[in-house]
Design a protein around this ligand. Structure first.
Ligand code: UDX
Length: 446
């Protein structure tokens, strides 16, 4: 199939490269000259394991190219995939300016019989809006399809080439069938729905996963008060097939480009039809609060005085294996620490340049290695569970820090890692592992 992908953000780039890997002829289009120059020179503007190599393979085979010329790319395409950004407006609603602009521009070059698929996460009704915009400019027949994307950063290639499911929202049976054939080599789980259901299903999936995370974080908070261990609780819950073990890792909450944005957008979508999505509003609120546990714990340890303290921070990206810092819990935590007068010594294996662009340099020393950041600090906060942090020897680490205080925001360390150390250790919802800050579980009487 000849495919044009509009927008080379996470979704567009990974999809385009993977369609080329499947043997299709793909042109990826972007307007940003810097991004385009990077891509044309064989680079990848994001950090995603394996993507650069897969792109080079597609380009070398003549199946994949990058261009700034949308008209030229669309003219020949049997399938046009819209994968431009839908950033949040201040209200939380998705901003559709890029979608609208892409629709209008595509219309001018669309060939008869083409399929226009929206892969960006968009509010219910957007595919119909795209259809309408295209029809204002052209009379050629075409089909509209909603093709929601479920990939995760850090495992984007696997998620795309071996997805749990592919959802195709379509009005025309023929267009749905064409896209089903395109994705059949990837999975047998292909669900064909109507346009609006496909659009809503993407938000609903992210809302469900975010809810799972906020639920286990609240359970963790209760664990701390009643003297239970959230990892054991989660393990037991996860053995129930109706619940499943995934997304029950307690910590400092979710970040990233999707969950925060999509949960707020869904609350807005509901609001537009006069529905108050109470549950999801609480999920968002719990998540906002959860990250502050780290700061509160430090305040308790330092008797409310963070001024003049040096705090090492390990991990700045919103999760491991990505350089994405959008809505990363580290942003709010570091803002609170520096505002309270602490000096932060920060380190992340790949996300430091992106983080610095967003956060600025005020109150922060950027370090080139984990141990350099820890060196001489009054306390260490672990905010992203990068693999390299798990390999750290805690016996050595406690001698590098000025004071052996470790706040483990991702429950990365285990009991055996801590054995024989004299850390003041705090993790989320595991009071029996805490050292130095152990609060005796109250006698429970009902
Ligand atoms: C998510 C969805 O998983 C994906 O399907 C959708 O297409 C885009 O949004 P992504 O944002 O890349 O993907 O990351 P994900 O692995 O889902 O993690 C999101 C956040 O939740 C991270 O901050 C992570 O640390 C946090 N998380 C995840 C938890 O706190 N606990 C968990 O158990 C799982």
């Amino acid at each position: 199939m000849r495919i044009a992908v509009i927008g080379t953000g996470y979704v567009g780039l990974v999809s385009g490269i993977c369609y080329a890997e499947l043997g299709h002829s793909v042109v990826c289009v972007d307007k940003d000259p810097d991004k385009l120059a990077t891509l044309q020179a064989g680079g990848i503007p994001i950090y995603e394991p394996g993507l650069k190599e897969l792109s080079a393979k597609g380009v070398a085979a003549g199946r994949l190219r990058y261009t700034g010329d949308l008209a030229e790319a669309v003219r020949d395409a049997e399938l046009v995939v819209i994968a431009v950004g839908t950033p949040p407006l201040p209200s939380g609603e998705a901003d559709l300016v890029y979608i609208d602009a892409a629709a209008l521009e595509i219309a001018d070059s669309l060939r008869a019989g083409a399929i226009v698929a929206v892969k960006s996460t968009v509010p219910v009704g957007t595919n119909e809006r795209v259809q309408g915009l295209i029809r204002t400019r052209t009379t050629v027949p075409f089909d509209s399809v909603s093709l929601p994307e479920f990939l995760r950063e850090g495992s984007a290639i696997r998620d795309t080439l071996e997805p749990d499911r592919v959802v195709i929202g379509a009005e025309s049976r023929e267009a749905a069938e064409k896209l089903a054939s395109l994705h059949r080599p990837l999975t047998r789980n292909i669900l064909i729905t109507d346009l609006r259901s496909a659009e809503l299903l993407k938000y609903a999936s992210n809302a469900f996963l975010a809810t799972k995370i906020s639920l286990i974080n609240e359970i963790a908070n209760i664990c701390e008060k009643v003297g239970a261990d959230v990892s054991q609780v989660a393990e037991g819950m996860g053995l129930d097939r109706r619940i499943g073990p995934a997304f029950l890792q307690a910590g400092i909450g979710y970040g990233g480009s999707c969950f925060p944005k999509d949960t707020r957008a869904l609350i807005q979508i509901a609001g537009h039809v006069a529905y108050d999505f109470k549950l999801l509003r609480s999920v968002v609120e719990v998540n906002r609060e959860q990250r502050l546990n780290v700061v509160r714990k430090l305040e308790t340890i330092f008797d409310g005085e963070l001024r003049g303290k040096t705090v090492a921070v390990w991990g700045l990206s919103f999760k491991p294996n990505t350089d994405d810092v959008r809505e990363s819990p580290a942003l709010e935590i570091m803002r609170r620490l520096t505002e309270a007068g602490a000096r932060v010594r920060a380190y992340d294996p790949v996300a430091m340049p992106n983080f610095r662009k967003l956060f600025g340099d005020e109150g922060v020393d950027w370090c080139d290695a984990a141990e350099e950041a820890a060196s001489g600090a009054d306390a260490l906060c672990l905010l992203t569970e990068w693999e390299e942090f798990a390999r750290e020897d805690l016996h050595k680490l406690q001698t590098i820090l000025k004071r052996p205080i470790l706040i483990d925001g991702r429950n990365l360390f285990k009991e055996e890692d801590l054995k024989g150390t004299s850390f003041v250790y705090y993790s989320i919802g595991r009071p029996s592992l805490n050292q130095g800050v152990r609060e005796k579980a109250p006698l429970l009487q009902y």
